[in-house]
Ligand binder design. Structure first.
Ligand code: G1P
Length: 276
C-alpha cells in the first residue's frame, strides 16, 4: 500500500506570463478546476491520501485552495451554488496536506529531495500537475498495480514525435510486454539524433525511498539542474525501474497548445454529460 504522493509545485510557469505573475501556474483552471486539483484527485483515487507539496514563493493560493474558506462558504450556504464546492470539500475531508519549501530552483530532482523530510522511508507517488492525465482508471491507480507486481520504481511513458524528445526524459530498455519495459537507459532532454527512443517520461512516478540517498549523490545534469531522470538511471542500472505505457490520455498543460486541448476536451465532455 502506498499512501503518500508528492507534488513539486515550486516552478514559475513563465510560459504563461503574465497570467502566472502573481498566482501559481498550478492554479490555472481547466474549466472550473485548477490544474493542481485534477492531480490531487488522481492521487486520492489511487488511495494516496497523504498529500505533500514542495512549494516556493508565491504559492500560497495552493494552500488556501486545500483549506476551508469560511466567509465564502458562509455566504453560499444553503444555495445551489454550494454544490460547486463539492469536489474540493471531498478532497479536504479525505486527504491530509503537508507543505515544505524549495528555497532555490535547482531542478526536479532537488525538488523531490526537498520532500524527503515529509516522505520519510516509504515508497511514494510523484505527480507533476502540468501533465493533466485522464483515463478510465486514473494513471496513478494503474501505476500502483505495476508497482505491486514489480516492487520497484515506476515511470509512466508515452511515445512522442521524434522531434519532441528534447523536451522530455527519454527511456529505452528490455520490453517485457505490450505495456511494460525494464528500463536500461534514461536520458534527460536528449538531442533528437542522440535519443535512445521516442518513449518519453510523463509527469507520473512511483519512487522507492532509496531514491533520496541517490539524489544526494547526483550531480547537476541537463540545464545545470539536479535531474530525477539521472537518479533513476542509478536505479535502472540495478534493474529497478519499470516504464509503463499507461492507458489514457495526457495533456501537456505546461504549454499553451496542450492547455487549450485539455480545455476543449473537458468542455466537450461536460457538454456530452449535460446532454445525456
Ligand atoms: C520533467 C522531467 C522530464 C519529464 C517531464 C514530463 O521535465 O525532468 O524527464 O519528461 O517533466 O513532463 P520538465 O517538464 O519539468 O522540464
Amino acid at each position: 500500500m502506498i499512501n503518500k504522493c508528492l507534488f513539486p509545485v515550486a516552478g514559475y510557469g513563465t510560459r504563461f506570463l503574465p497570467a502566472t505573475k502573481a498566482q501559481p501556474k498550478e492554479m490555472l483552471p481547466v474549466l472550473t478546476k485548477p490544474l493542481i486539483q485534477y492531480g490531487v484527485e488522481e492521487a486520492a483515487e489511487a488511495g494516496m491520501t497523504n498529500i505533500s507539496f514542495v512549494t516556493g514563493r508565491n504559492k500560497r493560493a495552493i494552500e488556501d485552495h486545500f483549506d476551508i474558506t469560511y466567509e465564502l462558504e458562509d455566504q453560499i450556504r444553503g444555495t445551489s451554488r454550494e454544490e460547486r464546492l463539492e469536489t474540493i470539500r471531498g478532497l479536504i475531508k479525505d486527504c491530509t496536506y503537508a507543505y515544505t519549501r524549495q528555497v532555490q530552483m535547482r531542478g526536479l530532482g532537488d525538488a523531490i529531495l526537498t520532500g524527503s523530510t515529509i516522505i520519510g522511508h516509504d515508497p511514494f507517488g510523484v505527480i507533476l500537475a502540468d501533465d493533466l492525465c485522464v483515463g478510465e482508471e486514473g494513471i496513478m491507480s494503474q501505476m500502483l498495480k505495476v508497482y505491486e507486481k514489480y516492487n520497484c520504481s515506476v515511470v509512466a511513458v508515452e511515445e512522442v514525435p521524434p522531434e519532441d524528445v528534447n523536451k522530455y526524459g527519454i527511456i529505452s530498455g528490455q520490453q517485457l510486454d505490450e505495456r511494460h519495459t525494464r528500463v536500461e537507459t534514461m536520458v534527460e532532454k536528449p538531442d533528437p539524433d542522440q535519443a535512445p527512443s521516442n518513449l518519453a517520461i510523463i509527469g507520473r512516478y512511483i519512487l522507492t525511498p532509496d531514491i533520496f540517498d541517490i539524489l544526494r549523490e547526483t550531480p547537476p545534469g541537463a540545464g545545470g539542474e539536479v535531474q530525477i531522470t539521472d537518479a533513476l538511471q542509478t536505479q535502472a542500472n540495478m534493474g529497478a525501474v519499470i516504464a509503463y505505457r499507461f492507458r489514457g490520455r495526457r495533456f501537456d498543460c505546461g504549454s499553451i497548445d496542450g492547455f487549450v486541448e485539455a480545455t476543449n476536451f473537458f468542455y466537450d465532455r461536460m457538454k456530452q454529460e449535460e446532454n445525456r
